[in-house]
Design a protein. Structure first.
Ligand code: ATP
Length: 322
C-alpha cells in the first residue's frame, strides 16, 4: 500500500485533529503518502483533496473541531454516489481509507469497500459515545468534562438560591453523556432514553430530596429522553409540584473546545493503530479501545450491535443522590 486517505465525517468531536495528526505522522513513518479529504464523503465526490505531511499537522493536537472539516453527504447513500466515489478513489490511487466518525460514517465506509477495492478502517469519533466496540469514542471525554464544568457552575447558583434545575445535555438517542455527567456532577436524577421516565416518581424524588434538607436539586435530562426535552419535563413537574425551577440547555458548547489529555492520547493510539492495521493488510474493521487494549470490531457490528450503558453506574445514581 502506497497511498491512504483520511476523512472526518458526521458531527465533529474534540480529538479528531489529534487523530489526523497521528495518522499522518505514523503513515509517513511507514513510507505512505497521506491525503486529507475535506468535508467527509462530500470531499471525495468533489475531489477536495489535500496532501498531508508531518508539518501540515503541526500545532493541531490541542485544537477542537477538525481541520479537514466535516459534512453530511446524502449522495453517498445512493448507488450512483458510491460508484462515483470509488471511481475517484481509484483514479487518485487511494488504496486505503481511514474514516473518523460515528456509525453513519462507518456505513459509508462499508458501502464503499463492498462496491470497490478500497481498504477501509474506521475510528470512533463522536461525543455521543454510542458506538459498539469501544469503551470511549474520541470526543466523549472532552464533552463530559465541558458539560461537567457548566453543571458545577450551575450548582453554585442552585445551592445559593435553593433552586431546582433541569439541565439538558447532548447524546442524541443515547444516555452516555447524561449518565456520566450525572454521576460526576452529583445529580438528583438522570433522565435517559434507555429508561422509562416516570414523571410521578421524579416528582416524589424531588420533593423527598428537599424534605431531606437538600438546598438544591439538579436533574440531568438527555436530549433524546422519550418524555421530551428539559422544557417539557420541567413543565410536567411544575404542574404537579408548583416548585420554582430553572432550565439550562447546554447545547453545542459540549461539542467544541480543546480536547482533554485523555481524548488526545486515545486519538493518538487509535490513529496509529489504524495505520498499522492497513499496512498489515487488515480492512473492514473499526479500531477502538476496550478495557485499555486496542480492539478491532468488524465495521458492520458497530451499528448492528448495541452498546450497553454501564449498569453499575446506573444503579449508583439513586444511591448517591440520598
Ligand atoms: P455522529 O454520530 O457524530 O453524527 P455519524 O457518522 O453517525 O456521526 P451521520 O450523519 O449519520 O454521522 O453519517 C455521516 C455521513 O456518512 C453521512 O452524511 C453520509 O455521507 C454517510 N452515510 C451515512 N449512512 C450511510 C449509508 N447507509 N450509506 C452510505 N453512506 C452513509
Amino acid at each position: 500500500m502506497k497511498k491512504i486517505g483520511v476523512l472526518t465525517s458526521g458531527g465533529d468531536a474534540p480529538g479528531m485533529n489529534a487523530c489526523i495528526r497521528a495518522i499522518v505522522r505514523c503513515g509517513v513513518s511507514r513510507g505512505l503518502e497521506v491525503v486529507g479529504i475535506r468535508r467527509g464523503y462530500r470531499g471525495i465526490l468533489e475531489e477536495d483533496f489535500v496532501k498531508l505531511g508531518s508539518r501540515s499537522v503541526a500545532n493541531i493536537i490541542y485544537r477542537g473541531g477538525t481541520i479537514l472539516e466535516t459534512a453530511r453527504c446524502e449522495e453517498m447513500k445512493t448507488e450512483e454516489g458510491i460508484r462515483k466515489a470509488n471511481g475517484i478513489l481509484q483514479r487518485e490511487g487511494i488504496e486505503g481509507l481511514i474514516t473518523i466518525g460515528g456509525d453513519g460514517t462507518f456505513r459509508g465506509a462499508v458501502a464503499l469497500a463492498e462496491a470497490g477495492d478500497v481498504k477501509v478502517i474506521g475510528i470512533p469519533g463522536t461525543i455521543d459515545n454510542d458506538v459498539y466496540g469501544t469503551d470511549y469514542a474520541i470526543g466523549f471525554d472532552t464533552a463530559i468534562n465541558t458539560a461537567l464544568d457548566a453543571i458545577d457552575k450551575i450548582r453554585d447558583t442552585a445551592g445559593s438560591l435553593q433552586r431546582l434545575f433541569f439541565i439538558e445535555v447532548m447524546g442524541r438517542s443515547r444516555g452516555f453523556i447524561a449518565l456520566e455527567v450525572g454521576i460526576a456532577g452529583g445529580a438528583e436524577d438522570i433522565l435517559i432514553p434507555e429508561l422509562e421516565t416516570k414523571i410521578e416518581q421524579l416528582c416524589l424524588d424531588i420533593r423527598r430530596s428537599f424534605k431531606r434538607g437538600k438546598k438544591s436539586s439538579i436533574v440531568i435530562v438527555a436530549e433524546g429522553d422519550e418524555a421530551g426535552g428539559a422544557f417539557s419535563i420541567a413543565q410536567q413537574v411544575w404542574e404537579r409540584l408548583r416548585l420554582e425551577y430553572r432550565i439550562c440547555v447546554l447545547g453545542h458548547v459540549q461539542r467544541g473546545g480543546s480536547p482533554t489529555a485523555r481524548d488526545r492520547v486515545l486519538a493518538s493510539k487509535l490513529g496509529a493503530a489504524a495505520v498499522d492495521a492497513l499496512v498489515n493488510g487488515m480492512a473492514g474493521y473499526m479500531v477502538g479501545e476496550l478495557k485499555g487494549e486496542i480492539a478491532f470490531t468488524p465495521l458492520r457490528e458497530t451499528w448492528e450491535k448495541r452498546k450497553e450503558l454501564d449498569s453499575n453506574l446506573l444503579r449508583l445514581v439513586k444511591v448517591l443522590a440520598e
